[in-house]
Design a protein. Structure first.
Lengths: 1028, 279
């Protein structure tokens, strides 16, 4: 009934209440949907063997004097029974299995040693290339590689050894296995990450290094038949694939804890120990950590939007209750007292406010639906949970409180004041107690936060509180200032502008508009800045982590083949470049990254711009040339040798003379001994066969003796003679001396003609090598991070590509190495490769300037032509996606919503203010019209009078938003996990800030202008007859 | 219910505004017996509305005493004032709509006005009866927006009479009405006074209204300047013995004029100036 009388007010109050409710309700709904999406993403990204549960039953062998024995493993069904039913419910059908390690008899080094495996339903996941899937006890299927390598063709039978039973299970100690077929593994989740092939013909890294075979697949009966022996290291297992569709975030977290508990206990069954293997604990921890982050950002944004909505609701309620002063006066005059008057207003306004709860919830649900459908990946289920109820209770409490306080403010006024037709208006500076308290309270929080004395949830509201302080102070300053300025303008004859400013000063809505526009703009600016800073940092982090638009990891370390392939595809080196990375021995060791500087500089992404071309030039190779030769046999003559070797407590020892050569085609380094120098001699002829028919580079001359023996003396080395002719080893400038305080030295000295004189002073080293000057004595490196301990000035030791220590010199610094860790050295690949080979542990990759699949296909094909395979490809967009699909990123996406909503709320305030004061203002304009001011001028003055408050609010709000961002952004989580190398940049995103400020100015300015025009249109002379 | 007697003693009220003080009433002595019907007359700013608000307990007097029945208002608590307004004193504000909740019908407004009295246990008539009394029964459930000004004023009167107060205070109740409506409103107020015994105090500018009232009190310069009884105008001697001269006499007898009272042979008092006495 009463709402019908003032439908617009009721709609506005209900709308704002709906917004407050939506802010409160949306936070838990979005947070929940985000968690579910996070759980989905985390599970989807995780291989089945980590998301699933593997339970293995192992029976230890029993050892005695001269014998060992083993009981058979427990049946898989028994193992499965040890998985608690509530945990079991989260997994799909179990995959039972047995496995054992068997070796073809008689067990020599050339007899293959393989894993014998049974998995439930295995034949459905194997493609039989030959023969049939094994079905009888003792039958096996082998890989094609094993069939070829060990002659295990279909029908072949061979014997394997078993383990004697422990008395409970007497059985023969060996059995025959018959090859029933040759399989090809059909890849899929079924295998739980197990690769059946790839080991055939390789040596077991564990001594005595038997040759290994691929996995031999056999039926269950092979393990359970009483006619067969217990097989060595037999285990039974159950693999439980996770039921991804049925597991939600709560299940995931609970499972992590449950599996931790299970693993922490001692589990055994039938004498077998059980082990539980799952990555679920890590997944749960990851989800837990990320959801912890979302608890920061979501409230930060939603609470501020909610705060804005509450403030606006408060202002609207003040205007509404102000309008009801006569009604309150009536209630008081009819003897209802303050309480009765309060009841009258609360009875009218509170139901309207609470009516907004329902659409608010609907709005929140709609927003969550949109977020689930568009923003969040996966299919987060729709859920209504207890936190939503709490949020609604909070919303109801806030709405009730705001309404009651606004009502009390009016109803406690004396009757005589209430009876005044126009409430007293202040035109000068005045600060009410409530505003003063609000400014003092909010200001205190901001100051404490800015000085680092505040953290946690309250700190999250700092930007909003700061904007409230600025907005309120400014609002109270605006009216007297505008009066002053307007008056001055009028005195100077600037009538139109002066009247506009005075009009703004006279308007009771000006303060309200200034405060709200400041708050809304601050929120929009903060949100835009947070959104863009988050985006920029995720991009930088992704670029740093990826290194290049696309990176193809190469299988193997044949860098020369890779370079040859890339030369075919990209002769200029503008599209693809090879990169070699050493794998450090431990987490603290420095990583060496070898690159082709010119190419790397163009293709790699440097988030901060990277070193200049001049710095990169410092990595270039020297002009020294290698000593090249070709031939299958080399001769060399030593003359005037005084070289002698002596052990401290022994007699003279022979000295071995040798050379290091690098085969040009393959890069393989040969360490060739040419012969011994028994004692000082006038002439010693040395020779050896070398595999240098296609051409080699002589990279070093070495002398060797027994460890601990000294080596001293000089010798003149003549030319190296090959089938193709003589290669002079002098002059001495072609060689770098070697000097080590503990090992001794070997130095070059000038001889006559092309001869080379060696001066040797060995102090117990078994070998001294003098490198050719083409081999860099100190590898120039660009260094990220600090030099390792023990470095002197710029000289330090890095890990060479052969995994050996390599002397290096810091040629420059680099802030961050793309895709590198914080402690990384960048060297020239050409230089680093001289005289050495890649260690097997090195990682070789090809970096591409573009993630264009066509380019990748061309590179892949070229590599294949050189027998090089790409193991995997990772693109920048892949990495970026992994950063984007995180609670931190999803939370920040709310900023866009918050910024937009803030501006719309401010626009609503403009409209409400205009509606609540239009009579008063149009009467002023009508008075001007009466005084003869042309309608056109009145129109422009009315429009102009709206703008000062908007402009002042936008400018102040922008400043408050920027400072708020400066305060709050350091506590906003931008990443799920902090990147290994920080690229954090919390600098202001000026583009976004200016855009947000401009948007605020345009939306609110345009809104204000339209309102001004509407006012001017209604300012006819009729207004002057109206009673205010 | 019998009407409520209204008495004031040396009533003073001073407005304070922006550092200035203005004496609106400067020692008003007034006695309106229970069941009386009095009009307060006087020029604008004379203090009649102030007096009315003081009688309603809206203002607290700066000095002096006000008795509404047995209740002395200057020292009454807010709660006592609330109870008084709920049951015994109704104030009709100038402008009919200011007395009505805009979203209620006349019936609902009357019921609303009775709420406090009902809660206090006072036996009040049904809203329909009240509306019947003021002659608005036909419009009991009509929207206020659809009522004529005369009907609105009757609705305001019904609201004021809703708790059957002992004292009805009306501020310019006929100021915006045409003559038939004015007469109807005055007639209904007279009926209330006559039949219910309600004491009625009306502030008015309208000579026709004052002529309708059996007793009028003229407030001038914050004091009781005169009193009319049955069409005859009298000056009233204050408790201090002062005699405010009627306005038309003041225009002839300028300040400083010396006068004396003479009782003639008929026992009548005659005011003689010094000039007349010398001449």
């Amino acid at each position: 009934m009463r709402f019908r009388y003032r439908p617009f007010q009721a709609v506005v109050i209900a709308l704002l209440a709906a917004l407050v409710t939506a802010c409160a309700a949306f936070a838990p709904l979005y947070d929940r949907a985000m968690r579910q999406a996070l759980a989905d993403i985390v599970i989807d990204r995780t291989p089945p063997q980590f998301s699933g549960l593997q339970v293995t039953g192992t029976v230890d062998q029993e050892y005695g004097f001269g014998y060992h024995s083993q009981a058979p493993p427990p049946e898989p069904e028994l193992v499965l029974s040890k998985v608690p039913p509530d945990l079991r419910a989260h997994y799909r059908d179990p995959i039972m299995g047995y496995s054992a390690l068997v070796m073809r008899s008689p067990g020599g080094l050339t007899d293959p040693r393989s894993e014998l495996l049974w998995r439930d339903r295995q034949c459905e996941h194997l493609e039989m290339v030959d023969g049939a899937c094994p079905s009888a006890a003792g039958e096996i299927a082998v890989s094609q590689a094993d069939a070829d390598q060990f002659g295990l063709t279909t029908g072949t039978t061979f014997e394997v050894a078993g383990v004697p039973g422990n008395g409970r299970h007497p059985a023969p100690t060996s059995t025959d296995l018959t090859v029933a077929g040759v399989y090809r593994q059909v890849p899929g989740d079924y295998w739980f990450g197990t690769t059946l092939t790839g080991r055939s013909g390789t040596s077991d890294p564990v001594p005595p290094s038997h040759i290994q075979g691929d996995v031999w697949v056999t039926p269950r009966t092979t393990f359970e038949s009483r006619d067969l022996p217990t097989l060595p290291q037999a285990t039974s297992s159950v693999d439980l694939p996770l039921d991804r569709d049925a597991v939600g975030v709560d299940d995931l977290l609970a499972m992590g804890t449950a599996i931790d508990d299970l693993s922490g206990r001692t589990n055994s069954i039938s004498g077998a120990s059980l082990s539980y293997l799952s990555g679920m604990s890590d997944l749960a921890e990851d989800v837990r950590a990320q959801t912890g982050q979302s608890r920061v950002t979501v409230p930060l944004l939603m609470a501020q939007l909610g705060l804005l909505a509450v403030v606006v609701l408060w202002l609207v309620l003040l205007a509404v209750t102000e309008q009801r002063r006569p009604e309150v006066a009536l209630a008081r005059l009819r003897g209802r007292g303050r309480r009765g008057a309060r009841r009258l207003l609360v009875g009218e306004l509170l139901p309207v406010a609470l009516a907004g709860v329902v659409p608010g919830v609907a709005l929140a649900l709609l927003g969550t639906w949109f977020a689930r459908s568009v923003v969040l990946p996966g299919s987060a289920p729709f859920e209504l949970r207890l936190p939503l109820l709490y949020a609604l209770l909070i919303a109801v409490a806030v709405l009730t409180l705001v309404t009651v306080v606004a009502v009390v403010r009016v109803t406690r006024e004396p009757v005589v004041t209430l009876l005044r037709r126009v409430p007293p208006r202040r035109t000068g500076w005045s600060l009410g107690v409530a505003d003063a308290l609000l400014i003092a309270g909010c200001g205190s929080v901001v100051v404490v936060f800015a000085t680092g004395g505040l953290d946690g949830p309250v700190a999250l509201a700092a930007p909003g509180l700061l904007a409230i302080v600025v907005g309120l102070v400014l609002a109270h300053l605006t009216t007297p200032t505008a009066s002053l300025v307007g008056g001055r303008m009028l005195r100077r004859g600037r009538v139109r502008a002066g009247v506009s400013v005075v009009d703004a000063a006279r308007s009771p809505a000006t303060r309200r508009v200034v405060a709200i526009v400041t708050l809304a703009t601050a929120l929009a600016v903060f949100s835009a800045d947070a959104l863009l800073v988050g985006d920029r940092n995720r991009q930088s982090a992704a670029e740093q982590e990826a290194g290049a638009p696309a990176v193809a990891e190469i299988s193997g370390t044949d860098v020369r083949a890779v370079r040859a392939a890339l030369a075919d595809v990209d002769p200029d080196g503008r599209l693809a470049t090879p990169v070699v990375r050493t794998v450090p021995a431990n987490n603290t060791a420095r990583v060496t990254v070898a690159v082709v500087p010119d190419q790397f500089r163009r293709i790699a992404i440097f988030p901060d711009g990277g070193p200049s071309a001049a710095v990169w030039d410092r990595l270039q190779a020297s002009d020294d040339q290698p000593i090249a030769f070709a031939g299958g046999h080399v001769d060399l003559t030593l003359t005037d040798s005084t070289l002698r070797s002596q052990r401290v407590a022994g007699g003279p020892q022979p000295i071995t003379f040798g050379i290091d050569v690098e085969i040009v085609d393959t890069g393989e380094t040969l360490h060739v001994a040419l012969g011994e120098i028994p004692k000082p001699a006038k002439q010693v002829d040395l020779d050896a066969d070398v595999s240098c028919a296609s051409g080699c580079n002589l990279t070093g001359i070495w002398l060797g003796t027994l460890p601990g023996a000294t080596m001293r003396g000089k010798a003149t080395v003549g030319a190296l003679t090959t089938d193709d002719g003589a290669v002079p080893l002098g002059p001495a400038g072609q060689w770098n001396g070697f000097l080590d305080t503990t090992k001794g030295s070997i130095r070059p000295a000038e001889g006559s003609g092309d001869d080379l004189v060696l001066e040797v002073d060995g102090r117990g080293a078994d070998e001294l090598t003098m490198p050719q000057s083409w081999i860099p004595g100190q590898l120039p490196a660009l260094v990220a991070g600090s030099l390792p301990p023990g470095s002197s000035e710029n000289r330090f030791t890095l890990t060479g590509l052969d995994a050996e220590d390599q002397p290096a010199a810091r040629a420059g610094t680099i802030t961050r190495v793309p895709a590198g860790g914080p402690e990384t050295s960048v060297v020239n690949l050409d230089l680093a490769l001289r005289g050495t080979e890649l260690a097997p542990t090195d990682r070789l990759s090809v970096w591409l300037a573009d993630d264009d699949p066509a380019l990748l296909d061309r590179v892949r094909a070229a590599l294949a032509d050189h027998q090089v395979r790409i193991a995997n490809v990772r693109t920048l967009s892949d990495v970026r996606r992994s950063y984007d699909e995180s609670a931190a990123a999803w939370s920040l996406q709310l900023a866009a919503l918050v910024g937009g909503a803030a501006l719309l709320i401010a626009l609503l305030v403009l409209v409400v203010s205009a509606v609540s004061s239009w009579r008063f203002r149009t009467r002023d304009l009508a008075a001007l019209r009466m005084a003869g001011v042309p309608p056109r001028s009145i129109g422009s003055m009315s429009v102009a009078s709206q703008l000062p408050a908007v402009v002042v609010g936008v400018v102040a709000g922008t400043a408050a938003g920027l400072y708020g961002a400066h305060l709050a952004l350091p506590i906003v989580p931008l990443f799920a996990d902090a990147p290994l190398v920080s690229t954090l940049d919390l600098g202001i995103a000026w583009g976004a800030v200016l855009l947000a400020a401009l948007a605020a100015l345009v939306v609110l300015g345009l809104g204000g202008a339209l309102i001004g025009r509407a006012m001017a249109r209604r300012s006819d002379l009729q207004r002057l007859r109206e009673t205010i | 219910m019998p009407g409520t007697r209204v008495t004031t003693h040396r009533l003073v009220h001073i407005y304070r505004s922006e550092g200035h003080e203005v004496a609106a009433l400067s020692g008003v002595d007034l006695d309106v017996p229970a069941g009386g019907m009095v009009g307060l007359l006087g020029p604008s700013g004379a203090g009649k509305s102030t007096l009315l608000n003081l009688l309603a307990g809206v203002f607290r007097p700066s000095a002096g005493k006000i008795f509404i029945g047995d209740l002395e208002l200057s020292s009454a608590s807010d709660r006592h004032l609330d109870v008084m307004r709920a049951q015994d004193v109704s104030l009709m504000l100038q402008g009919a709509q200011r007395n009505l909740l805009p979203y209620y019908t006349p019936y609902e407004n009357v019921r609303f006005a009775q709420g406090a009295a009902r809660r206090a246990g006072k036996d009040v008539p049904q809203p329909d009866e009240v509306l019947e009394t003021v002659g608005l029964a036909d419009h009991a459930h009509t929207d206020l927006a659809a009522l004529t000004p005369g009907h609105l004023q009757l609705a305001a009167l019904a609201v004021a009479m809703a708790p059957q107060p002992g004292l009805l205070l009306a501020d310019e109740p006929t100021s915006q009405l045409d003559h038939p409506a004015r007469d109807r409103v005055l007639e209904r107020m007279s009926v209330a006074n006559r039949e219910l015994g309600t004491t009625v105090v009306i502030v008015t500018h309208d000579p026709d209204v004052s002529a309708y009232l059996p007793r009028t009190i003229t407030i001038r310069d914050g004091r009781v300047g005169g009193e009319g009884r049955s069409g005859e105008e009298y000056a009233v001697i204050t408790p201090d013995g002062f005699l405010p001269l009627p306005l038309h006499v003041r225009e002839e007898l300028l300040p400083g004029t010396l006068v004396r009272f003479h009782r003639n042979e008929h026992g009548e008092y005659v005011l003689i100036t010094e000039e007349q006495a010398d001449g």
